[in-house]
Design a protein. Structure first.
Length: 89
């Protein structure tokens, strides 16, 4: 696992909940061995999210990847049909 993925999204939300509970950013950063800047970045991306919202976000991301793959496939098919119509085969 690379350093960027050391914490799962669920763990990140738990860390952010500590801050929302009244802990200081510096204290939480120190206790988890991460920088304050990382916490601010996490807060910007995941701030206020619940586990159900995170699950919904994941589902939407998976669906978006699937739809992008479909569009890419269709674009390639269209280009192939255009080449066939030009008689270049």
């Amino acid at each position: 696992m690379n350093k960027g993925n050391r914490y799962t999204e669920d763990q990140i939300i738990k860390v952010l909940k500590e801050i929302e509970g009244g802990a200081t950013v510096a204290g939480v950063a120190r206790s988890h061995g991460i920088s304050e800047q990382t916490l601010y970045r996490w807060r910007e991306r995941y701030g206020g999210m619940t586990k159900s919202e995170l699950a919904e976000l994941r589902a939407l991301q998976v669906e978006n990847r699937r739809l992008k793959a479909i569009v890419t496939s269709q674009a390639l098919d269209i280009e192939a049909y255009k080449e066939v119509q030009k008689g270049k085969w």
